[in-house]
Design a protein around this ligand. Sequence first.
Ligand code: IPM
Ligand code: MN
Length: 381
Amino acid sequence: SKTYRIAAIPGDGIGPEVLEIGMEVLTAAVNTLSAGRLQFDLFPWGSEYYLQHGRMMPENALEILKAYDAIYLGAIGDPRVPDHLSLEMLLDLRKGFDQYVNLRPVKLLPGVESPVRLKPGETVDFVVVRENTEGEYSRLGGRFKVGTADEVAVQTSIFTRKGTERVMRYAFDLARRRAEERAREGVEVKEGGGTAGGPRPMVTNCTKSNALNYSMVFWDEVYAAVAAEYPDVHRDQALVDALAMWLVRRPAYYDVIVSSNLFGDILTDLAAAIQGGMGIAAGGNINPERTYPSMFEPIHGSAPRYKGQNRANPIAAIWAGSMMLEHLGETAAARLVMKAVEDVLAEGRYRTSDLGGTSSTTEVGEAIKKTIRKKGDALIR
Ligand code: IPM
Ligand code: MN
């Protein structure tokens, strides 16, 4: 079987604790199924490294990482290092490896309570496809007449046709794949929109073309052009402010949402709350062409206050790990991981405090590993 080489960057705060559990859980899954072998190489980069070396990662970090099949990241951020410096590391990796899709699944797992009221029979199961290399995060602009009463700060957003088109296309392809998967699994979808599920497959265009008269007008045009190539996928469009409201009012409606970098950033924190909190939400920074390694991370921060306390929820990191297995082609192992997470959540005995429980990070990890072994044995038999 294949050996996958994975660069693990535990990072700061609770990053190392949750990533450790993630690595153990993923290893348990591939071992149980006798799928590929996972080789994790650890890179102790991040804020501690910065305090010693004056940079978050070595100068040739991308060269080193390029040889790996995937990158598994804990969390970045430390009160001793200014945020805009530490977080640059994350943005450099995303951009350097052309990970132009930030994929954020938003799914209400069994047994998890959403703060949002759902109608009977409704569930939340959508994906945000966030553009991840340009837009509002292009880091172009400048400050002029600094310190004077006439000071001006300019922050430029860049939207290229190539960059916009490819992320749109990814979203439409994903909507198709999700529909095929639902059909395969016999999942019933409500047709016609309205209160429960919207028409599916569907790609919702998150825009703001009423106010952003260049970037978002262009974005809408590209959406329309790409949508025309996918007549089987329903179109849907909402201004980002309205979309924030609708995500709270009827999260069950959505299937795939495509958004610019900043809008996607904001919406996915909101979406994380809808699915039970930052302790659960996961994401992948994907380079679909596989020219470069993709990177998988919990979307929560480093929570420095909880560092070393063994109380952070490892599920976001585990879910991100499952996405990584899926990306590597180890679909059965990826599913086994999520099945085990779902079982443990549904059973309700082992939960961290963010979900109202009293279990530690490691206890939740142990429970999930145990479930994996049990389920895996049953699968194999
Ligand atoms: C995220 C984070 C990052 C972002 C920060 C840390 C730069 O909030 O992954 O969503 O804004 O993309
Ligand atoms: Mn964010």
